[in-house]
Design a protein around this ligand. Structure first.
Ligand SMILES: [Zn+2]
Length: 104
């Protein structure tokens, strides 16, 4: 599977919270916890939310990770993500001028 195929797949996302370890504790976070959303990689969604939580905690070095929701992108979300990525790539290409047009 090449990079473009990988990007074109609907990816799995996770929303989770974790303990605020900011010093000083940030006053704007609810109940001393941060909430964030990120992508899952390589089938983690099939291993259950506890495995996902463990992985997030290790990968991001966060404490008290609690998975709120795991879901797969809708086609619209996927398309928006790909479009954003293509705009970025186009901006870079303009800046660096690789001259690699033609493929699209
Ligand atoms: Zn914080």
């Amino acid at each position: 599977m090449d990079r473009n195929e990988l990007l074109a797949k609907n990816r799995w996302k996770v929303r989770y919270s974790y303990t605020c370890t900011c010093d000083p504790t940030c006053y704007y976070e609810k109940d001393g916890r941060h909430t964030t959303t990120t992508f899952l990689n390589g089938g983690e969604q099939d291993q259950g939310t506890e495995a996902v939580a463990d992985h997030l905690a290790q990968f991001h070095k966060q404490e008290g990770v609690k998975v709120e929701e795991v879901w797969q992108e809708t086609d619209a979300e996927r398309d928006a993500r790909i479009a954003a990525r293509q705009r970025e790539a186009a901006d870079e290409a303009r800046g660096i001028w690789w001259g690699m047009g033609g493929a699209n």
